[in-house]
Ligand binder design. Structure first.
Ligand code: SF4
Length: 462
């Protein structure tokens, strides 16, 4: 099966099917350590206050009404809606403390705001209004700011969508995973097509610029025909973006996944057939492969940014905005400020205790070395543009590419022989056949991985 963008090569995928990081950050989060403390984070925030480079904010709402068995997110399943009011009070406090640490309001202008979870729509309308009011007090927004939210259609009415629009949200991401009722039952996520369609119709009617749908392949009881049917229904909805994730069945790490019947998981060969069919259908329907699970309509900003060489990647995946700082609020959030990463504590108890003591709730982090920054830029270029212009890269970073990456260059020939990459004069390009395996190419530039041989703890490439 071939398309202009991806060549699905089953033999090659099987050969390179190994555990690999997703590179939402480099170094990857498993390199973060507790020697990076609140004081380091405060220093990075203070430094940001002297700069005004692009800024994004991520707000993590950890609560969910029910548990989906496939889910590996940091979440708290509860029916007690009283919990979210308390959480918002602490979120507001964390925001005030971070803003005080940054200082200058000119350094607090947001290009992007994203609510993720958990289930952000677990919040009541009043709570959502309250939280947005706090955010607007702490930050100002650029006129074209992207304000996005992950929505669970099972709990959202047209009124909620109208309310979100009135608060300024202009992008929506809707979890679907699979429309098949047997699959939904097997993962404990019963969600009718009607619920999904209604939420998306309401979003479009209320001026949301962009609609994303999340799908997962490899779920229990999924079949080629069943998932094809789901894809056809999704094509009818015609979202601007589609994320197609691989289900990583890791019951040893995920308690909810232990409730999935192992015999119901599709065989790896079946999974590959489903992935191949999905890519074929999406490309035939005009979607462009952005990279790493993401597809977009050719007129979508992501596809345009990729064509213009302006695509970036951060903890939320691909973004059209310049590679700036990201502040994360809430439990387990990971932010990036200057040449540092910082992750917050993971439980409500730790989060509330830190804030009660007027401490920022930093669990661990990482200060990048210059080598890390150079490698981050190389990996970013591969993940976003499937290419590395060695001359331009060397000039940008003040290095002689061939000398700096001498070890890596000796490892490239087998990838060329296998057809994953092409080496043109001074340019490394990931081939159409290699695009689904771009992580495997990026791994070559990951010095930490090379030195620690930790690959076994990552999810499989496909
Ligand atoms: S998939 Fe979403 S709604 Fe389901 S448990 Fe995970 S975070 Fe909650």
């Amino acid at each position: 099966m071939s398309t202009a963008q991806i060549l699905f090569d089953e033999a090659l995928i099987k050969k390179y099917d190994q555990s690999a990081p997703r590179y939402t950050s480099y170094p990857t989060a498993d390199r973060f350590h507790a020697d990076f403390t609140e004081a380091d984070y405060r220093a990075a925030l203070k430094d940001r206050g002297t700069r005004a480079n692009p800024l994004s904010v991520y707000v993590h709402i950890p609560f969910c009404n029910t548990v989906c068995y496939y889910c590996a997110c940091n979440k708290i399943v509860t029916k007690d809606h009283g919990k979210s009011a308390e959480y918002i009070r602490y979120l507001s406090q964390e925001m005030r403390m971070v803003c005080d640490a940054i200082g200058d309001p000119q350094s607090r202008v947001l290009e992007q705001l994203h609510f993720g979870g958990g289930t952000p729509t677990f919040l009541s309308h009043e709570e959502m209004s309250d939280l947005m009011a706090q955010i607007k007090q702490a930050f100002s927004f650029t006129s074209d700011a992207e304000i996005s939210i992950e929505v669970d259609p099972r709990k959202v009415t047209v009124n909620t969508v109208e309310h979100l629009s009135a608060l300024g949200f202009n992008r929506i991401s809707v979890g679907v995973q699979d429309f098949n009722p047997d699959v939904q039952k097997a993962v404990n996520r019963l969600q009718t097509q009607e619920e999904t369609v209604n939420v998306i119709a309401a979003a479009r009617k209320n001026g949301f610029h962009s609609v994303n749908i999340d799908l997962i392949y490899g779920l229990p009881l999924q079949t080629l025909d069943g998932f094809t049917e789901t894809l056809n229904r999704v094509m009818d909805i015609s979202p601007d973006r589609i994320a197609l994730y691989n289900f990583a069945y890791l019951p040893q790490f995920s308690k909810p996944q232990r409730r999935i019947n192992a015999q119901d998981i599709p065989h790896p060969d079946q999974k590959l057939k489903i992935l191949s069919r999905a890519i074929e259908l999406l490309c035939q329907s005009g979607y462009v492969y952005i990279g790493m699970d993401h597809f977009a309509r050719p007129d979508d900003e992501l596809a345009r940014a990729q064509r213009e060489g302006k695509l970036n990647r951060n903890f939320q995946g691909y973004t059209t905005r310049a590679d700036g700082d990201l502040l994360a609020f809430g439990v387990s959030g990971i932010g990036k400020v200057g040449a540092t990463y910082a992750q917050s504590v993971k439980t409500l108890e730790e989060y509330y205790a830190a804030l009660d003591e007027q401490r920022l709730p930093i669990l661990r982090g990482y200060a990048l070395t210059r080598d890390d920054e150079i490698r981050r830029a190389a990996i970013q270029s591969l993940m976003c543009h499937f290419a590395l212009d060695e001359t331009a890269f060397g000039r940008q970073w003040g290095i002689v590419f061939d000398e700096y990456f001498a070890w890596e260059k000796t490892r490239l020939p087998p990838l060329v022989e296998d057809g994953l990459i092409e080496l043109k004069p001074h340019t490394l390009r990931v081939t159409d056949r290699g695009r689904l395996l771009v992580r495997n190419v990026a791994m070559l530039f990951d010095r930490h991985l090379r030195e620690s041989a930790r690959a076994a703890s990552y999810s499989k490439t496909i």
